[in-house]
Design a protein around this ligand. Structure first.
Ligand code: GTP
Ligand code: MG
Length: 422
């Protein structure tokens, strides 16, 4: 089965917790901190693999989780980093964060990898938390939470040339003449239900990839027929090849067909019309072909038109050779038409905290401050005191008072409440 769009949830591994431990050796009087750091949580990585051509595997699993890093231990033993979870996807896979609709990755090269959800860092053990003013801390950190996100994964095929046209005009027959691709061919509409890729060779040994797409009909952009969902695969192609039944086997006017397809392309994405186009006038072996072609040529003058018969494999090598030359003149970068991705996200860049009010309670939110909270182990009053001090150093107290908070007011971070004190 061909699947080119799925939504999944990713939960990267949490970091392991840091350890609080002390040296207790026989002849050493003053122990000192001895707790190791937690290991890093596993990342979730997508890796492009040319052996795959569908997102089918991702359809069966809705949630992917990477392992947690191991906790730090005594004797300064650091926890092991968790293994990353590597998910293989086909070339041309685009990943979008559903929270903000930003494209996170577009994997187009064989073996290309991208961390999609980052594992949390390990919490520091008390040995790592030594400072000049406190050489023997009796506390350690929890591991950081792994990133949790919902994503859309789409496959946008990497083809140089896309064959588009109405049903039964001969698209699949053409790709089967020009490549080793063997799609089903039949005289009923919508024989092709999924895109087919084929590698086409020119006479001077150039190669390029051609895509045979399911047929379009009027209103495809509003969902009629198989709809226009397969047109996303055209977005990356460099050249659009119209296939037209110039013998008018089903009684339609070839010029109307040509206009109809361009309208559907435009309705899907106006930019598609900026791509160079050619016309493959098919079915030259049938009566009526010549007359129709003459009429068509009078109306369509600014585009290269090829006369072919896919049934008898006539004229198609010329199409391949022309396309090979044309593709050679086009800039390399647009070969893959890689979608620019949003730069790596780091919450360090955003405000460290936000203050809002929920009835009488002041609410502190934001990834940075929530993370600081989650990584704090609240085991003693001292831990709370230390956390309060960190908040004050961040400027939280000043900001709260600026906003009108008074001594004794309740403040909340996630589900933890405390009172504002001097
Ligand atoms: N006589 C003649 N018949 C052709 C030619 N090309 C294709 N056909 C026939 O037209 C019918 C449709 O061909 P397909 O290649 O399946 O058409 P398609 O455009 O892929 O159709 P869909 O997949 O339904 O969109 C088949 O019966 C083919 O044998 C041609 O050059 N001449
Ligand atoms: Mg077909």
């Amino acid at each position: 089965m061909f699947v080119d769009e799925v939504e999944v949830e990713l939960i990267a591994g949490n970091g392991g917790n840091g350890c609080t431990a002390f040296r207790r050796e026989k002849y050493v009087a003053m122990g000192g901190p001895f707790g190791g750091d937690g290991g890093k949580g596993g990342d979730i990585i997508f890796k492009a693999d040319s052996g795959l051509n569908t997102l089918l595997d991702l359809r069966y699993q809705k949630i992917y989780k990477a392992d947690k890093g191991s906790n730090g231990e005594g004797k300064n033993k650091d926890g092991a980093n968790a293994k990353d979870l590597v998910i293989k996807v086909p070339l041309g896979t685009v990943v979008t964060n559903l929270d903000n609709n930003e494209v996170i990755a577009d994997l187009v090269e064989q073996g290309e990898e991208k961390v999609i959800a980052k594992g949390g860092r390990g919490g520091r053990g008390n040995t790592s938390l030594r400072t000049k003013s406190n050489s023997c801390p009796d506390y350690s950190e929890n591991g950081e939470e792994g990133e949790h996100l919902k994503i859309k994964v789409e496959l946008k095929l990497l083809a140089d040339v896309g064959l588009v046209g109405l049903p039964s005009v001969g698209k699949s027959t053409i790709i089967s003449c020009l490549s080793a691709s063997r799609p089903k061919i039949a005289d009923y509409h919508f024989t092709t239900l999924i895109p087919n890729l084929g590698v086409v060779k020119t006479r001077n040994n150039k190669t390029f990839v051609m895509a045979d797409l399911p047929g379009l009909i009027e209103g495809a952009s509003t969902g009629l027929g198989l709809g226009d969902k397969f047109l996303k695969h055209i977005e990356r192609t460099k050249v659009i090849a119209h296939v037209i039944d110039m013998a008018s086997v089903e009684g339609r006017d070839p010029y109307d067909d040509y206009q109809l397809i361009n309208k559907e392309l435009k309705d899907f994405n106006e930019k598609l019309l900026d791509k160079p186009q050619i016309v493959i006038a098919n079915k030259s072996d049938l009566d009526g072909f010549k007359e129709n072609l003459d009429k068509f040529k009078k109306k369509v003058k600014d585009i290269k038109i090829f006369e072919v018969s896919a049934a008898t494999n006539t004229g198609l090598q010329e199409v391949a050779d022309y396309l090979g030359e044309l593709l050679d003149t086009m800039p390399k970068e647009i070969i893959k038409n890689k979608i620019s991705t949003h730069k790596e996200y780091t919450y360090q860049e955003e405000e460290k905290f936000h203050i809002t009010k929920d009835d009488d309670v002041w609410v502190l939110s934001g990834k940075y401050i929530e993370n600081l909270f989650k990584m704090t182990k609240f085991e003693s009053e001292e831990d709370e005191y230390r956390f309060a001090k960190k908040l004050s150093n961040l400027g939280v107290d000043d900001k709260l008072r600026e906003k009108g908070a008074k001594e004794g007011d309740q403040v909340r971070i996630l589900d933890f409440y405390f009172d504002l004190k001097d």
